[in-house]
Design a protein. Sequence first.
Lengths: 143, 319
Amino acid sequence: MKLIKFEIVTPERMVLQEQVQQVVAPTKAGEITVLPGHIPLVSSLQSGVIEVKNEKGEYEVMSVSGGFLEVLKDKVVVLADTAERAEELDEKRIEEARARAEESKKDIRTFDRERFASISAKMAKELARSKAAKRWRKLKNID
Amino acid sequence: MASIKDIQRRIKSVKNTRKVTKAMEMVAAAKMRKAIESVLKTRTYANLSWETILNISKAANGAAAGHKLLVKRDKVERVGIILITSNRGLCGGFNTNIITKAHKSIEMHHKDGKKVEFVTIGKKGIGAKKYYGYDVVAEFPKEDIITEVKEVYDIAKLVIDDYTSGKYDKVMVAYTDFVNAATQEPRVKQLLPVDINAEDEYLGVVGSDTRVGTTKEMIEEKTEKHLSDEKYDLDYTFEPSPMEVLDEMIPRLIEVQLFQALLESNASEHSARMTAMHQATDAASDMISELTLSYNKARQEKITNEIAEITAGANALSM
């Protein structure tokens, strides 16, 4: 079986590095699936969920917010702005963070453009994290 | 020979100096630990992204052709160098080394009448002007502890804008690579245009691992490993479009490179200061023991003299 060497790094750390069968990633142009032998590709990512199927056929789920994806013939590198693995995520805290971001978005919508953008980005990030956590639970059948 | 009083005074003063250097050594050690932690955290990201971007530059004759930050200019007339130094001295040869390195590399590759300008980060960067007479066009302040990429946004924007507008034909960064607490390596790296065919000296992946591609061959070898067995045409596809992706990607990665260079320099600075202060403390200790020796000698001599005088006096009386 052909495998892809998958690496996902953020400025803070190496999130995951392993051999995988397939990678699903949210690019700016839509969600793509990378299988072994994919043509070399460079694309920018948007906030969302990355799903990889590892050697044993199990799924790993990660949330990302922005970054880049480089596909080489047997290697996929994700340079993410932030990324977390779903099992590290605490759903309750994410919901809280999201609520807080939404709240502050309401507050400042009227006056500060830059802050509005930064809070919107934060919300997108929290949304991606919550999606990842949900997807993870669904895959693992945890209720 | 100096009088006993003089020697005593000197011993006291050297002891005070030793206290100061000892304290500075410890402060530097604490700062160094923090700096090393942050430099190691971002190194993987910086290295991987630099490799990615060099790979893309290699494929620049394909879909990425003509991107303004990748194209090498035919004639290089003006060079901008970002020089990262410390704010304060007392860190051994740290600042001298990096400035000399920058100067030498200019002599080597840009001797023939090219105009070189410096953008400095850290107060001591002014040395480039003082010692070698280079123009310093911008001075950025530097924080002692650097935590956020944000701090390099302005600098990155400045050089990217100046490069795009044609003010510079080449932009480099001179920084000190942190190898370990005892070794730091001054280095000059080419930021713009991103070009795998630049002089080997200018490629370099940030970081200590000397096996990580510092030459063109090493980077290509790695790329080939990525591409496994058969020869493979490295013609990237870009989604949504080459220009869109590269417009976003290259400035971002330049920022990351600058940030990493800053972190490396910071870690190096604190290590250099620690080493320098450690040596100063040792030197002070040596000096104190030497001075104590001559103090004892002088004291003994004085006592001997006094005894001799007393005995002479006593002899004279008893006669």
